[in-house]
Design a protein around this ligand. Structure first.
Ligand SMILES: Nc1nc2c(ncn2[C@@H]2O[C@H](COP(=O)(O)OP(=O)(O)O)[C@@H](O)[C@H]2O)c(=O)[nH]1
Ligand SMILES: [Mg+2]
Length: 446
């Protein structure tokens, strides 16, 4: 099993660095699609590029519904085979998920050297390239094997015809002998990966509980891939999370502490990005990572304001947040990359989304305002308390400084008088020292 993983990663990197493949993209224009075909294909091209393939041609077809045999019509399938020949393409990528039988029928149409993959396989491929932590790699392998399972028959054909020679879409076929690829094996593999993941999830949830028990306010960054989530956590927390102009550069969640101007500490978590037509197998596989979002007190939905697909990306994220059960968590919409917008665009944005906030993680513009909004949200659920803490209880004063928003503090004869906003989890700790109305009184006897 481990051997499989190392072959997989090594293979992926070698291919990525050594040779780029030639891809033909296929999109279908169906009624009531949320994204325009052009923009969906443009995104597919970026995905292909990230995986290591250059797009040499694109072809589209208008269809009421997909053809059950070949997804596109029979004539179109022939045309694709011809295109692949004339462009010497290595692979054909469909923008929608193909059923296992559509995939295998299409494979019969094109030359033997040409791979047929779909958007899901491409995304899985990129995840395989970018997964770095043990959990990340296991999550990807789980999703890959779940994807592979119903397609095994096709994979046998693949192996027999030596199609899976490497490169884009083949990372999870590599290093496998024909014998290994069988349903029972894959089922066993899925069970064992799930077991390993469950173990890691236990460890993770223990760590999370520890973090949660500190009572610190938790902020999660969520958003479309490439919106600038990692750049924002880097800007806020001096973190060094990998950020680059590729789709799904970061798969693992990262948590950092951040000190609000009032002195209290909160945590900020960067999470894996979303994409339209996100494979459900990935949402399932990345559940424990996505739990970072559902466990947050506040979600910052980071949106690339400069993208022509801004609205579509925003909706896709909203949908996924709903899908993972995060719809009721308070949310601030953060329009990022405003340095790329004109002043008119920014004012139009602000009047259209008055609750949202416009920032640039690159220049830092608007970040101060964002921090204020986070502080407001952190204080919103707090209790306003005035206490008098005896000098013998210095640790409690320290806690007030770390965890609460202090409004005033004076040193009296009997102790430290503090007026502050206290998070719910600390109210009981300060309760014994409560004074009536902010005027210092005798501390309550313990
Ligand atoms: N111009 C500009 N580029 C940005 C800004 N924030 C992020 N980027 C770029 O957008 C790309 C994706 O950023 P990243 O933080 O990796 O996005 P993530 O996928 O949401 O984590 C990178 O090339 C960043 O340099 C910004 O405020 N302005
Ligand atoms: Mg990132």
């Amino acid at each position: 099993m481990e051997q499989f993983a190392s072959v997989l990663t090594k293979g992926a990197q070698t291919t990525f660095e050594e040779q780029r493949e030639r891809a033909i993209l296929v999109g279908v224009d169906r009624p009531n699609q949320k994204w325009s075909l052009d923009s969906s294909l443009a995104e597919l091209e970026r995905l292909a590029d990230t995986a290591g393939a250059d797009t040499v041609a694109k072809t589209t077809q208008k269809l009421e519904s997909p053809n059950p045999r070949t997804f596109v019509g029979t004539g179109k399938a022939e045309e694709i085979a011809q295109l692949a020949r004339s462009y010497s393409a290595d692979l054909v990528i469909f923008d929608d998920e193909l059923t296992p039988s559509q995939q295998s029928n299409l494979e019969k149409t094109v030359d033997k050297s040409v791979k047929i993959i779909d958007r899901t396989a491409l995304i899985l491929d990129i995840f395989a390239l970018h997964a770095s932590s043990k959990e990340g790699r296991l999550q990807v392998r789980l999703a890959q094997n779940q994807y592979l399972y119903p397609r095994l028959r096709g994979m046998w054909a693949h192996l027999a015809s030596n199609r899976m020679g490497g490169g884009v879409g083949s990372r999870f076929g590599e290093g496998e002998s024909q014998l290994e690829v069988d349903r029972r094996m894959v089922r066993k593999r899925i069970t064992s990966i799930k077991r390993e993941l469950a173990h890691l999830a236990d460890v993770r949830s223990l760590q999370r509980e520890e973090r949660y028990s500190s009572g610190m306010f938790r902020v999660a960054l969520a958003g479309y891939t490439n919106a600038g989530k990692s750049s924002l956590i880097n800007r806020l927390c001096d973190a060094d999370v990998l950020s680059y102009d590729k789709l799904f550069a970061t798969l693992d969640s990262t948590t950092r502490k951040f000190e609000l101007p009032e002195g209290r500490e909160i945590t900020v978590t960067d999470t894996v990005g979303f994409i339209q037509k996100l494979p459900t197998t990935l949402v399932e596989a990345f559940k424990s990572t996505l739990d970072e979002i559902t466990g947050a007190h506040l979600i910052l939905h980071v949106i690339d304001a400069s993208s022509s697909e801004r609205e579509g990306q925003r909706d896709a994220v909203d949908e996924t947040l709903e899908q993972i059960g995060a719809q009721s968590i308070p949310r601030i919409e953060v329009f990022n990359k405003c340095d790329l917008l004109s002043d008119e665009d920014i004012s139009a944005l602000k009047s259209r989304y008055p609750q949202a906030i416009a920032i640039s993680a690159a220049t830092g513009e608007g970040v101060e305002e964002l921090v204020k909004r986070i502080a407001q949200a952190a204080s919103a659920a707090d209790t306003h308390m005035s206490v008098l803490i005896p000098y013998a209880k210095g640790a409690l004063v320290a806690k007030a400084h770390e965890r609460c928003h202090i409004v005033s503090e004076t040193h009296e004869e009997q102790g430290t008088a503090i007026t502050m906003f206290v998070p719910q989890s600390y109210v009981s700790a300060f309760q014994p020292y409560l004074t009536n109305d902010g005027t210092p009184q005798q501390p309550c006897p313990q």
